[in-house]
Ligand binder design. Sequence first.
Ligand SMILES: Cc1cc2nc3c(=O)[nH]c(=O)nc-3n(C[C@H](O)[C@H](O)[C@H](O)COP(=O)(O)OP(=O)(O)OC[C@H]3O[C@@H](n4cnc5c(N)ncnc54)[C@H](O)[C@@H]3O)c2cc1C
Length: 296
Amino acid sequence: MDFEFSPKAAELRQRLVEFMDERIIPAEAIYRQQMEASGDPHFHPPVIEELKAEARTRGLWNLFLPHATEWTEGLSNLDYAPLAEILGRSPLASEALNCAAPDTGNMEILTMFGTPEQQDRWLVPLLEGEIRSCFAMTEPAVASSDATNIECSIRRDGDEYVINGRKWWISGAASSRCKVAIVMGKTDPDAPTHSQQSMVLVPMDAPGLVIERALPVFGYQDREGHCELSFNDVRVPVTNLLGTEGGGFAMAQARLGPGRIHHCMRTLGAAERALELMCRRVVEREAFGKPLASQV
Ligand SMILES: Cc1cc2nc3c(=O)[nH]c(=O)nc-3n(C[C@H](O)[C@H](O)[C@H](O)COP(=O)(O)OP(=O)(O)OC[C@H]3O[C@@H](n4cnc5c(N)ncnc54)[C@H](O)[C@@H]3O)c2cc1C
């Protein structure tokens, strides 16, 4: 089996490693200072925007899109995987390259299933890094690892859909830069099991959409927030439907495929960095007259 990087992946990898060493890793201390000074766990620190601008000039932008589209030439999952591993080494990197979840999956389904109007309104600003988005599928009341269980109702009423339901763990929703949610619910509870679900685009400022709280993860608040949301008679035009009615389950699966690989590769990168830090620590730190690594 050939484990070599393709020439394209090798070249991008080299440029990404340089960007990480020269800009991303040194920016971590600035990021911490800016977050602490703000006193707001969901603050958007200015250093992120500086890193984004620089990533663009270095041609390290929107690399996650696997298919050639009018917006990018596309990079295969195989070529992107080693880049995601490097991105995982710093919590700042994915956002700096506009390669952060949940926007990546959302942008991907908007390229695949969005209408030209939906793409103009939501996809283009997401690709430009001007706004962020969230994906609202999981619900507190049901086992949501199987999305056929979800109960959120998306009922058609004339030229509108009316959405009622409760979601939680919705990553990104606490950010003031999050402007749109892709919401999964049931348009037809009587259809065959995997054709009951649909996805609609819901602006975050839609009347009736309430951010109830941001849930802590292991006691910590993530900057983007993992929120509980309630939808109380939220109305959107039927033109906000993504793809077809009943096509939501299949789209969710399509969205999760590359996302799983991205998460796994980033996690490997985070683990590698943690291990490296530990290895360095045990030779630098002395106890009882010698480095920790020399203790027997
Ligand atoms: C930090 C974080 C961020 C998240 N971000 C998002 C997000 O942005 N958007 C979103 O929609 N969701 C998000 N989630 C939710 C996540 O996708 C769900 O937690 C996950 O899909 C599991 O669903 P659940 O919590 O309902 O668990 P459940 O489905 O209740 O599962 C609980 C346990 O039961 C097991 N289980 C379930 N069904 C079966 C079965 N039939 N047979 C045997 N075992 C079973 C599961 O494997 C699991 O171990 C996030 C979660 C976290 C922790």
